[in-house]
Ligand binder design. Structure first.
Ligand SMILES: [Mn+2]
Length: 362
């Protein structure tokens, strides 16, 4: 595996490439052209500039998170092929620049949902949190306003103010799109892009829905073992793979994370590894990566990744806000650096135990 950090680009991120380079064991970033709109073609020139900047800091671009999907593709509207053609052009431009991993999601309207961005934990750190009760009490159109005050002046992915200004229209767009239609639109999209992925060896890695159930009656399809395996079978090409995000699949306690990883052998192209602390099954908050700080056994998650021979990029996911850092919620430097160091430690121990005579039990 390759340890990485997500980086939003020098114009948007409070964390610098120089800082990332100094986290032990981190050799790359997963990044994006944060100011492009879904549906826009990424030019070779801009990709190259981004790559040069990352490489000048002695890091590599391990993948793109994300190339976002236009709503026309998700809703299957009459003009979707035009946006798919643009997506293909972006993939070609990325492939020619030697970038072989693209993370994306297929969630309608909201990329991810949290009801608090700065819940205080017993140790005084602040974290993102979710309660179903708060979602049920909320008018979805007011979702953005309810959390915007806690974004520390940053623009959070999927919650861009321009997009949120159109929330009412977005809900109208998805009227009549149920889970089966959304799934069919996803399969249509993947079938169209697989030839270019085959040509340039681009691994597409779908990010799960977060939380892993329907919110505001919007359809959700990438949320369980059954559903993700259905997608893998529907487009049975190794370039159709997943971002295994423990914190997203893990929102549903029915998801057995190590078992899911093992069932996805060969299709896990990217891993987001983080911990959650459950108060009740509908009320959870993000925790430090350390197993004992949350509800997940992080060793078992890393062990499962090791056992399936995972060799892609991995990153610590959201971090707590600690040590008075002011950054995008979830994306500060300090706690993610601690997370990377901890995950690296788990991996080293698993690897050495295996080399000393243990066996891989894939
Ligand atoms: Mn994730």
């Amino acid at each position: 595996m390759q340890m990485t950090l997500r980086w939003y680009g020098s114009r948007f991120d409070t964390v610098t490439l120089k800082q990332i380079r100094q986290i032990p064991g981190v050799t790359g970033v997963v990044t994006t052209l944060y100011d492009t709109q879904p549906g826009e073609v990424w030019s070779t020139e801009r990709i190259r500039t981004l790559k040069d900047e990352v490489e000048a800091a002695s890091l590599a671009i391990a993948g793109i998170e994300s190339v976002n999907i236009h709503d026309a593709i998700k809703t299957g509207s009459a003009d979707r092929d035009r946006y798919i053609d643009n997506y293909i052009e972006t993939l070609e431009n990325l492939g020619r620049e030697g970038i072989h991993l693209v993370c994306y999601n297929f969630m309608p309207v909201f990329d991810w949902t949290r009801t608090e961005l700065a819940r205080v934990r017993p140790d005084g750190s602040t974290v993102l949190a979710y309660t179903q009760e708060a979602v049920d009490a909320l008018d979805p159109e007011k979702m953005f306003e309810s959390i915007a005050g806690d974004m520390n002046g940053t623009v959070m992915p999927g919650w861009e103010p321009e997009r949120m200004a159109k929330v009412k229209g977005l809900f109208a767009l998805y009227k009549g799109i149920d889970e089966e239609k959304l799934f069919a639109n996803l399969v249509y999209f993947l079938e169209k892009i697989m030839p270019v992925c085959d040509k340039y060896d681009i691994r597409m890695a779908i990010h799960p829905d977060d939380p892993a159930w329907s919110v505001f009656d919007l359809p959700r399809i990438i949320n369980s073992k059954k559903n993700i395996l259905r997608l893998m079978a529907a487009v049975d090409n190794p370039h159709n793979g997943v971002t295994f995000c423990s914190g997203s699949y893990g929102t549903n306690l029915d998801n057995d994370l190590p078992d899911m990883i093992r069932s996805l052998k060969g299709r896990v192209h990217f891993a987001h590894v983080r911990n959650l602390k459950f108060i009740t099954k509908d009320n959870f908050e993000e925790a430090a990566h350390l197993s004992s700080d949350g509800s997940f056994d992080m060793y078992e998650i890393m062990k499962a990744l090791y056992d399936i021979g995972f060799d892609g990029p991995i990153r610590p996911d959201h971090g707590r806000m600690i040590w008075d850092e002011v950054a995008m919620p979830g994306y500060g430097l300090y706690d993610r650096a601690l997370g990377a160091a901890y995950l690296n430690g788990l991996w080293e121990a698993i690897e050495k135990a295996d080399q000393k005579g243990g066996t891989r039990c894939a």
